[in-house]
Structures are given as C-alpha cells and as structure tokens.
Write a protein that binds this ligand. Structure first.
Ligand SMILES: Nc1nc2c(ncn2[C@@H]2O[C@H](COP(=O)(O)OP(=O)(O)OP(=O)(O)O)[C@@H](O)[C@H]2O)c(=O)[nH]1
Ligand SMILES: [Mg+2]
Length: 442
C-alpha cells in the first residue's frame, strides 16, 4: 500500500508539500510528471499532469525523491512541492487517490512507518509530535532535546546496566558456585540499587517535563475589585474576562492558555475572596480556593490603595506566590511590605507588568529546574518507570539465597518496563495511543 498526505498547512500559501511513501512511489512520480528519469536525493524540477486527460495541474513544481532505506519512513518516499493554492492541492490529492493501492495517510502514519522500520525509537516518535505541536520556546527546546535522542540514550544505558546485572544473576543460577567470582551477586546488587536511585530521581522531578509540555498552572487570586480580571486580559492580550468596578464581577474561573515570553502557562482568573452573600458566591470562592491550591504559582493581587490586607489574603502569600500590588497609579494609603517577591504595578497603565512577567519566569524556573538528563514528558513514561521501580523493589526484598530464580524474573520484568519507554518491547499496545495525536502528513 502507498500512503500520501498534505504535509504542509492548508492553502493558500506559497508552496504546499505533499508526501507519499510506499513501493509504487517512483512509478507514480514518473506517471504524474511525465519525466523518464527522476534523480534520487536531488531536487527535480517538473510539471504535474492529470494522467487521465493530460491536464496540467501545476506548471512549475518539484519532486524530491528518496529511495528506501534512506528516507524518513524507511520505505520509498517522495515529496511533491506544488504551488499552495487550495485548487492545486485538491486536484493533486484527487489524482493520487485515484491511483491503484494509494490511500490518504492516517494521522502520524509516516512517523509510525519510520518507527516500524526501525528508523526512530518511540521516544523520538513522540518528540517529533511534540516538536510539531510546540508553541513556546521552552516546549521547542524540550522537544529538540528529545528528538536529538538524549533521553533515549539515557534510558538505553540504564536498561543495558540492568541487563548486565541480570546476566550475572542468571549466570549464578546456571553455573556452579566455584565457576564464578565470589562477589558477582554483590556487584549486581550494588548496580541495581544505583539504577533504583537514578530512576527515583527522574520520577521526583516535580513533573517539569510534563509541565513544559502541557503548561504551568498560574492562578490570579485576591479580594474583589483589585484588578485580577484586568490582569488576565492584559497578559492574554484579549478581553477574556469582564472587568468592572462592581465588586464580585467574576464568579467563575476563567482560564486561558498563554505563551508568556516562551513559557507555556495556563492562567486562571478567579472570583474575588470575600464573605459570600449567597450560594453562587460561595461556590465561586470555593472554586477560586481550589485553583489557588492546585496552582504551580499564584499571583496574589492587592489593591495598593487599600489600607488593610485581610487575614485570608495574607494566608495566601507564601513561597509559591508573587504579590502584585496593583493600582500604583493611585495614591497609596499604606506602605505595604512583604517578605516574598512583590511588584508594585499598574495594570491600567501597563506599568511594571514586564517586571511581573520576569518574576513569574524566574519563579517557575527555580521551582522546576532539573539536572536530569531524561525528563518525563508524558504520563506513559511515568507509569513505566514506576512499574520498573516496583519490580526492582520486589527484587531487592527477596532472599537471594533462596529465591534467586524468582528474583531474576523481577529483574526481567523491570527491564521490559524500562525498554518499553523507548519501544524495545510491548510495542503494539502503545503504538495506537501515541500516533493518534499526530497530524495527517507527519
Ligand atoms: N486605577 C486603576 N484601576 C484599575 C487598575 N486595574 C484595574 N483597575 C480597575 O479596577 C476595577 C476592577 O477591576 P477588575 O479587573 O474587574 O477586578 P477583579 O479583581 O477582577 O474584580 P472581581 O472580579 O470583582 O473580583 C475596574 O474598574 C478596573 O478598571 C489599575 O491598575 N489602576
Ligand atoms: Mg474579576
């Protein structure tokens, strides 16, 4: 079967790229271009025709032809660069779909083929997906690291170490005592313990990899009328929330996804904290408090012209919060001091908001910095690492003198779990879930 898809965005655009992979790629290239010879790994300037009636589809186009196995998918592959009008794209796709054994690719199918043909491992396949979907600089950097295979190498090395220890233990089972050096088991144990500690470190990383992929949770909290919704609107550059001088305007949680100077952030505006007068207000305040609790960082907004800060608000100021002393454009009645990070600003005049953004970035950076060479970017990796740890724990608890064979089985399981992160085993079950999020043409 041959697959094809529009790999670039929809038109109209300068150039559209249509990709095709499969055994008949070259013959189809020749058929639609009427070229007798297509140079491999080179750019071929050509025209494209409808083979049914000779109509010119595009008078000036390109074919990039990559014979297998040195192509992205590992199968024969071609890229057709055509002018990016919707009419040309539709005509071109229609011609391809009318060829024998040709069908539209499913989302991520080119990458899936690359994986099945051993061109890339699972981590790389996932990271290509992340790279395509990256919206902020931090996400792009993380995906580039993964595409470059740093994490794959780290997991592969850990797995090799585990297999080596396992082979010592199997040798101990298979051979008589005297044939093996005395401390073989001890060494294996030591190595397994160090693997255990390495994996634990990766797991206890504050979920930084997943946060970068999905967004850091930042909540805006404070009393009513202090300018919380105004801040959300300013940061998100749109009127996402209603702003008014009526106290208690915002009753629900309003969330927006932002690229905050390279940082992916899910910003939540919340109802003002106050004595609730009715059930709806009560509910709104309780939602605000739960957003406060689940946030990675809170911006506690205080009206600079207010005299007193309530106990409830004071209790919300902690190491995971930044105080935004808002309305610096009006006269302050009190000189508020805080022992956490604070910015005196005016949302109305957009004054010192850059300072606030820098502080948000600094705090997120500090809280989520990690020295690990492998960052967990998906729940799937976390689940596998936890399962691997569980098996190692089981192994370490067993009496090596009595249960060596059972202990070896624990290690075998641990190796499998670790291997399945990069895709060495148990592949089929996880394939579907990974590639379904891809776009068609990748
Ligand atoms: N002078 C001044 N007024 C501001 C500033 N920021 C917001 N305001 C005004 O303060 C009032 C309340 O603003 P909102 O953004 O609705 O405040 P809020 O905290 O969301 O209020 P609730 O939703 O009721 O909790 C509005 O009239 C805003 O225009 C500021 O920096 N300076
Ligand atoms: Mg509001």
């Amino acid at each position: 079967m041959n697959i094809f898809a529009l790999s670039s965005g929809r038109g109209p655009c300068g150039i559209a790229i249509i990709r095709m992979s499969g055994p008949d790629t070259l013959s189809i290239c020749k058929l639609i271009s009427k070229e007798k010879k297509i140079k491999e790994n080179e750019i071929n300037l050509c025209k494209f025709f409808d083979p049914k009636n000779g109509t010119i589809i595009d008078p000036e186009a390109l074919i990039l032809w990559f014979p297998k196995p040195n192509s992205f998918t590992g199968d024969d592959l071609a890229e057709f660069h055509v002018h990016g009008s919707n009419a040309i794209i539709s005509y071109f796709l229609k011609v391809l779909s009318s060829q024998k054994n040709c069908r539209m690719a499913e989302p991520g199918e080119f990458t899936k083929l690359a994986f099945q043909n051993n061109k890339i491992d699972l981590l790389k396949a996932e990271s290509i997906g992340d790279l395509i979907h990256s919206e902020t600089e931090l996400q792009r950097k993380q995906a580039v690291n993964l595409v470059n295979g740093h994490a794959s190498k780290y997991y592969d090395d850990l797995r090799s170490k585990l297999i080596k220890s396992l082979s010592f233990i199997e040798a101990k089972i298979d051979f008589a005592e005297d044939d093996l050096p005395e401390n073989v088991l001890k060494e294996a144990h030591k190595s397994i313990k160090s693997i255990h500690s390495d994996i634990s470190k990766i797991i206890n990383d504050n979920k930084v990899g997943e946060k970068i992929r999905d967004g850091f949770r930042v909540s805006i909290v404070g009393e009513t009328n202090v300018g919380k919704s105004s801040l959300l609107n300013l940061l998100s550059k749109r009127d996402a929330a209603i702003v008014s001088d009526e106290a208690g305007t915002t009753r629900d949680v309003i969330e927006t996804y932002l690229n905050l100077d390279g940082y992916p952030v899910i910003l939540a505006d919340t109802a003002g904290i106050r004595e609730a007068k009715n059930d709806i207000e009560k509910k709104g305040i309780s939602l605000a408090l739960s957003k406060f609790k689940e946030a990675d960082l809170n911006i506690v907004v205080i009206d600079n012209s207010n005299k007193k800060i309530s106990d409830k608000i004071s209790s919300m100021i902690n190491k995971d919060s930044i105080v935004l002393l808002n309305k610096s454009d009006v006269q302050a009645k009190e000189n508020h001091k805080f022992d956490v990070d604070a910015v005196l600003a005016s949302v109305k005049d957009n004054k010192n908001i850059d300072k606030l953004i820098n502080l948000i970035k600094k705090k997120l950076n500090k809280k989520f910095s990690s020295n690990n060479s492998a960052l967990i970017t998906r729940e799937r990796h976390r689940v596998k690492l936890n399962e691997c740890l569980k098996e190692i724990d089981k192994f370490l608890k067993k009496d090596q003198n009595k249960d060596l064979e059972l202990a070896a089985e624990d290690l075998r399981m641990a190796t499998r779990h670790l291997g399945s992160i990069v895709g060495k085993v148990d592949v089929e079950e996880i394939l579907g879930s990974i590639f379904k999020d891809f776009c068609i043409g990748k």
